[in-house]
Design a protein around this ligand. Sequence first.
Ligand SMILES: O=P(O)(O)OC[C@H]1O[C@@H](O)[C@H](O)[C@@H](O)[C@@H]1O
Length: 292
Amino acid sequence: MITMSERSAGITVATIHNKFASAEVSLYGGQVLSFKPDDRDDILFMSSPCSFKPGKPIRGGIPICFPWFGPRTDDPMLPQHGFARTSTWSIISFEDEPENSTLILGLSDTEDSRRIWPHSFAAALAVTVSKKLSLTLSVTNTGGSPLSFTDALHAYFKVSQIESARLIGLEQSEYRDLAALRSGAASEKPDTRITQNGEIVFTGEIDRVYLTDSNIRIIDNIKPGQIIIRTEGFPNRIIWNPGQVKGEAIADLGKKEWNSFVCMEAGAVDPNEISVPPGATVCQTMIIEPKR
Ligand SMILES: O=P(O)(O)OC[C@H]1O[C@@H](O)[C@H](O)[C@@H](O)[C@@H]1O
């Protein structure tokens, strides 16, 4: 079953409900806002002061970073993480099967998008709600010249408290430390690779791009259960939590809320950008499986 409602002026939300789960998807941003398996607690985090105002990104759920991840290196004035998360997507279709429900949203180039990213494209996001939450982003190059993009499904997972959570699956993987690079440490160069030693525990700011597509497990350690994340077509994992100092300075985040989420993003980040020849389509999938 699907029902549509207005979250605020200009923000339409589809609520999907079936025998396994419920989920909310905002057409603004093409963004999953919540996923409640068995109608239990949401496994996704949503910032409480988030204003849901067109023009601003929604902080929580699963924003889509596309067609670039992070700041645009050739023009830092352009919006961080691209324009997909601040664009309104259209509904392409909705199908309710006995075991799952799939909503497909679409976004194509416009005059405005071509001004900052001169490409013709048709993107579709298929959100399947079942025991698992599955997102497939497909991008078709509808123009006559090759296009390439970087991207991420920037999932915010709720945790009871970040210092107690653990993230498993990246042991021995190499990463680039974006936080260290930003701090301008002389020893840090964009191509510096560090090897992950053991599981990830959170003791302060973490902002890293891992050069791997391995499966991830998030363990809350206070609540029982875990979340398993698998992907196809996403060569990178990005792990982000701002820590207390930077977290308290984020205007659209509640004062203590930096402590209540971890972002585990499936991405294709420089130098792993995705190239799409004219007429071709590239698909990337993220599957999120909550386990009791
Ligand atoms: O505040 P934004 O634009 O949503 O970005 C949040 C974070 O997103 C992460 O993906 C980046 O690696 C971080 O550097 C960034 O701070």
